[in-house]
Ligand binder design. Sequence first.
Ligand SMILES: CC(C)(COP(=O)(O)OP(=O)(O)OC[C@H]1O[C@@H](n2cnc3c(N)ncnc32)[C@H](O)[C@@H]1OP(=O)(O)O)[C@@H](O)C(=O)NCCC(=O)NCCS
Length: 180
Amino acid sequence: MPETPHVSLRARAEVDLDVLYEIAADLDTWEERNPQAPHPLTRDGFLAGVARATDGATSGDSVSFVVDLDGVAVGGASLFAIDTFARHAEAGISLVPGARGRGIGTAAITELVEFGFVRYNLRRIHLQAIASNTRAIRAYEKAGFVIEGRQRQHAWVRGAYEDIVLMGILRSEPALRQTQ
Ligand SMILES: CC(C)(COP(=O)(O)OP(=O)(O)OC[C@H]1O[C@@H](n2cnc3c(N)ncnc32)[C@H](O)[C@@H]1OP(=O)(O)O)[C@@H](O)C(=O)NCCC(=O)NCCS
């Protein structure tokens, strides 16, 4: 039996910047992570973006975490576009290549949802994924998200148009608790 990794979400530290830059600058998964057109991201450009956040962890309508595996940063996860009126937010997550496919993403998303519902009093969390990103969609389903819709040929991804899959989870749904 493979060991269950110990995954937690925590604040970013200076020592995490190399890993976070590696993820942010990765052109291979750019379209999976960004709606904007791909471009080479310098470390200075990355750091300028980090500095623009008010305190590095929260920026009004977002909350950003480092995904920690046994004390080492392996990714980032955030809630953004937080709407305190309708009480919903969008979720995003990315891991370094070596951490993918080991259950870490599912564990981190589950923690992020838990944080959103229990600590931020959200009632709905939504996200979007490129249709070919089956690993992400599967991880989100395992964390309790369901497919709510599809934007046909919405994204230009490495030479072809792709559908965007829209997913969401409601706090009232029992799926979240089944995964814990
Ligand atoms: C998306 C991401 C966060 C998922 O985290 P992860 O740790 O890799 O995912 P998990 O290991 O928890 O779960 C992946 C699931 O997909 C399955 N899977 C893996 N590769 C797959 C593939 N090519 N096709 C279909 N399913 C696949 C796994 O078997 C697993 O399901 P199972 O437990 O039922 O077997 C991570 O892969 C990542 O950071 N990818 C690059 C950036 C990205 O795409 N971010 C998301 C943008 S929407």
